[in-house]
Ligand binder design. Structure first.
Ligand code: SF4
Ligand code: SF4
Length: 109
């Protein structure tokens, strides 16, 4: 059966999925965000940016969209996006609804 939720590192189900975008050329590799992220989404790169710093990269599959990383970043280089799970399809069609309305407004004989 397909689920709309995703498991976290702790194995807990979560409803909201997150995604972070990092302006890597402005990152100074201070690691405040990697410490703030409880899901271990963020880590420093092996390469350096134009400022000569190792920058932060993300594994967005694990992101919950909690925004902690963006709040602690002193240079505001992280943007967090949140997505809600898709709504479950309902097992009723417009034809079904019209039929139900018809039975309500047309008196039975
Ligand atoms: S939004 Fe939360 S879970 Fe996602 S990378 Fe930032 S701190 Fe980690
Ligand atoms: S807190 Fe900001 S500047 Fe520091 S490592 Fe994270 S993204 Fe880079």
């Amino acid at each position: 059966m397909e689920s709309n939720s995703t498991k976290t590192n702790a194995g807990k189900e979560r409803k909201v999925k997150g995604k972070v975008e990092i302006d890597i050329q402005r990152c100074k590799g201070c690691e405040l965000c990697t410490t703030a992220c409880k899901e271990q989404v963020l880590r420093l790169s092996d390469t350096i940016n134009i400022k000569g710093y190792r920058y932060v990269i993300a594994n967005n599959d694990l992101c919950t969209g909690c925004v902690n990383c963006a709040l602690v970043c002193p240079d505001a280089v992280i943007t967090v996006y949140r997505t809600q799970p898709k709504k479950k399809p309902v097992d009723i069609t417009p034809t079904d609804i019209r039929e139900q309305i018809r039975t309500l407004i047309v008196p039975s004989k």
